[in-house]
Structure formats: structure tokens, C-alpha cells
Design a protein around this ligand. Structure first.
Ligand code: PLP
Length: 425
């Protein structure tokens, strides 16, 4: 490895990011006090502001009891509305198109109730073969729910033999030739395993032109890459807040439904008391009056203690702005790529993430040719204080998250890999 630690430190001085706003875990090994935390694509770090936010909400409950619904500093009844504006800005949506609620897979199901409606020959659901398992299980269970055979209903897109990532042209081809059998396209905006950023506008346009509905799982895209869901004509999308959005383990999910579907009385939907117009909620009538916004998809009253951390995090994204974050992300990920290119030759390590920065976010996935990915991740952590994420059998994922990761973190990754993985030829 020819790149020096001094260079990494110089780059950090010139391009420091916002690390000071986060708690960075202590290292569990190696010679530095802080961990090099490259696992923000799995669970983002805790913003320093989150603790006070949570304590404030706890305090309001202690002081006010039920009156907090109306009298808390941020009243609980309309609390979710505070999250709508910043979440809409984050994903390029209009406020009426976005709501934060529930968990991601729950929301995918609620959305499929409305947007997966197999009929006649149009029954199939297109996903990636490397879709996150939860999505796979969700679409298979939706097929079964409609009395269909999941093995024939779910189409799994695979890369070409010998390749690791999907080609947009192949996805478009499938939609052009077999699109009349497809009811729903549901793909990951950024693939969880390979870090591939899909061409969301092109695939959405092709799916819709074929007569299908097109939804996106943006778990690895929200807060990672710029999104323009409204302008891209996406039918629906959902994402979680515990990865790039740093809102804590199991944090709430955001939902997008395009304006053209809002207020459509023909759409089936599962409802609860939070699905009705806020003004009529306490009239206790037996029939709901859903608003012509995505809030019609809400079911239950929101968990306030879970909403505070999302609010804090979204404020941060608003303050920094996705365009600036994306620029730093491209610089930081490009730097890690350069270092990996110094270390991988001669070692059984291959970067499988696309090399074009336009086709990826803040993640580089490395295939290890020998040994176990989990075993290597353990050694990186305990011998070098580098926290990365392993997907068995053979993928290590490194996410240089632009909000809090440093160039020095990236340098430590490369140095640790060089020290841990033997040169094989
Ligand atoms: C791409 C993707 N989809 C779905 C999920 C499942 O999310 P949840 O457990 O919040 O439903 C995850 C979790 O990491 C994910 O990465």
C-alpha cells in the first residue's frame, strides 16, 4: 500500500465532514481510541442531539401525562407532521406524498395492499435475486395472499453469468418483452449487498410504460443518494431510518405515494383511526374520511419516542443538504476505492460494487475469495478497531458515510485488510 496515513489526515483537515455531531464508538482493538466505523449502511451512528431530544419527550410525558397530546412543546397529536417536510425534501417529494410511520416491511405490505393487485395475466412481481430477504418474503407472502404460487409469481432478476450487478438494459428488456405479465416492480434503490444504485427513473418509466406499478425499497438509498421521487414518477416507495438516517435501531420508516394516487377512492387500503382526516378523528364516527394525502395510509397513532430521533436526524440532513453530502460521499468513496485498488491486487479480494460513482452510493462491497466474511470482519474489529459488516458467505461491506466517516477511517480499512489478508501470489 503506497498511500500514506499523513495524506489521509491532510484530506480530513481539508474536508472534515460533520463527525463532531456524532458519537463514534470506542475501538475494540488496534492502536486508535475510536473505531473506524464503516457499518452505517447497517446501523447509523447516534447524533449527539438525539439524547436530549428523547429526554425532552420523556420529560413532557412525566410532566403532562395525557395533556402532552396538546400541550407538550411539540404536541403529540400532530407530531408526525413535523417530520413530513424534511422527509419530503430528502426524497424529492411533495409534503402530501410523504409520511413517517411503522417499520419498513410493514409499510411495504401496506403499500402492496394498494398497489399489488394481480388481475388476469398480469400477476407477476419483479424483484432482484439479491433483494433483501425481508422483501423476498414480503412479496412471496403477498402472492400467496392472492392465491398465487410464489414460485411462478415472483420474478428474480439476476446479473449476467460472471457479473455481480444488474445491467439496466437487461431490466428494461425484461419489462419491454414480458411487461404485460408484470403487476408490480419492487426493487431496491441501492442494492443492500452490492451497493449498486439502480437507474430509478429509467426503470420506473419502463415499468409504467409496460402497464405495471413501480415501487422502490429505499432502505439503502434514503440519506445516501439524491432522490427525486415525484419527478421520477415513482408510484410508491418506503425506506427505514436506521441506516443512513441515523435514527436508532429499528427506527421508523418513511413512505412515499405519488400524488396521482392520492385521494383515489378506488384504491384498496388498510385503515385505522389515523387514516381519517385529523379534524374528524375524535368525532368517533364508524366510517373514516381519509384525507387526499399519504396520511390516508397511516393506521395507528405514532410512537412519539421513536419519532424524536427521526426529527433530529432529518433536521441535520436539512442543514447539511443532500447535494453537499453526495459530493463528499463521492470523494470519500472514491478515496476508499483508490486504497482498495492498492491492497486487493495479489489478495483474494474483489470489489463488486460498480466502479462508476453514478452507479453507487456510499458503499463498497468486497468479495473475499477464501475464508469466512464474518471471520474476517471479526479480525478487522478486534485487531484493528475497524467495524464493517459481513454478509455470509463471502461479502464484506464498507460504507464511508459522508456525515461522519473520515479519510483516516478509509485508510485504516485498507491498512487493516493489508495486514489481515495474506498476499496469495
Ligand atoms: C433493503 C432492506 N429492506 C428491508 C429491510 C427490513 O427492514 P425492517 O426490519 O425495518 O422491516 C432491510 C433491513 O435492513 C433492508 O436492508
Amino acid at each position: 500500500m503506497t498511500s500514506t496515513e499523513d495524506e489521509a489526515l491532510r484530506l480530513d483537515a481539508d474536508d472534515p465532514g460533520h463527525r463532531r455531531l456524532f458519537h463514534v464508538p470506542a475501538a475494540d482493538g488496534g492502536r486508535y481510541p475510536e473505531a473506524a466505523y464503516l457499518a452505517g449502511n447497517s446501523l447509523g451512528l447516534q447524533p449527539r442531539a438525539t439524547r436530549d431530544e428523547l429526554l425532552g419527550d420523556l420529560d413532557a410525558w412525566r410532566r403532562l401525562g395525557v395533556e402532552g397530546h396538546l400541550e407538550a412543546e411539540r404536541p403529540w397529536l400532530p407530531y408526525h407532521e413535523l417530520l413530513t417536510g424534511p422527509a419530503a425534501r430528502l426524497v424529492g417529494a411533495r409534503p402530501a406524498e410523504v409520511v413517517v410511520m411503522n417499520s419498513l416491511t410493514v409499510n411495504l405490505h401496506l403499500l402492496m395492499v394498494s398497489f399489488y393487485r394481480p388481475a388476469g395475466a398480469r400477476t407477476r412481481i419483479v424483484i432482484e435475486d439479491t433483494a433483501f430477504p425481508s422483501d423476498s418474503y414480503a412479496v412471496r407472502s403477498q402472492a400467496r395472499f392472492h392465491g398465487l404460487d410464489p414460485d411462478t409469481t415472483v420474478v428474480r432478476l439476476r446479473p449476467r453469468p460472471g457479473e455481480d450487478t444488474l445491467r439496466t438494459a437487461d431490466v428494461l428488456d425484461l419489462l419491454a418483452t414480458e411487461g404485460d405479465t408484470v403487476a408490480l416492480v419492487l426493487l431496491g434503490g441501492v442494492n443492500y449487498l452490492t451497493g449498486e444504485l439502480m437507474d430509478i427513473p429509467a426503470i420506473t418509466a419502463a415499468g409504467r410504460a409496460a402497464g405495471a406499478l413501480v415501487g422502490w425499497d429505499l432502505a439503502h438509498a434514503a440519506g445516501n443518494v439524491p432522490l427525486h421521487l415525484h419527478d421520477w414518477d415513482v408510484d410508491f416507495a418506503a425506506w427505514c431510518s436506521y441506516k443512513y438516517l441515523n435514527s436508532g435501531p429499528g427506527a421508523l420508516s418513511g413512505v412515499f405515494v405519488h400524488e396521482r394516487h392520492l385521494g383515489d377512492p378506488a384504491l384498496p387500503r388498510f385503515e385505522g383511526w389515523w387514516s381519517t382526516e385529523a379534524a374528524t378523528r375524535f368525532e368517533m364516527t364508524p366510517v373514516s374520511r381519509p384525507p387526499a394525502t399519504v396520511e390516508a395510509w397511516q393506521v395507528s397513532n405514532p410512537p412519539i419516542f421513536a419519532m424524536g430521533p427521526v426529527r433530529t436526524s432529518l433536521e441535520l440532513f436539512d442543514a447539511v443538504g443532500m447535494p453537499a453530502l453526495r459530493e463528499r460521499s463521492v470523494r470519500l468513496t472514491g478515496y476508499l476505492e483508490r486504497l482498495l485498488d492498492e491492497v486487493t491486487p495479489g489478495r483474494p479480494l474483489t470489489v463488486v460494487t460498480p466502479r462508476d460513482p453514478a452507479r453507487r452510493g456510499a458503499q463498497l462491497s468486497v468479495r473475499i475469495g477464501t475464508g469466512s466474511a464474518a471471520g474476517l470482519a471479526k479480525r478487522l474489529r478486534h485487531e484493528h478497531g475497524v467495524i464493517a459488516d459481513a454478509r455470509e458467505p463471502d461479502i464484506l461491506r464498507f460504507a464511508p458515510v459522508p456525515l461522519y466517516c473520515s479519510y483516516h477511517d478509509c485508510w485504516r480499512v485498507a491498512e487493516a485488510l493489508a495486514a489481515t489478508v495474506e498476499v496469495s501470489r
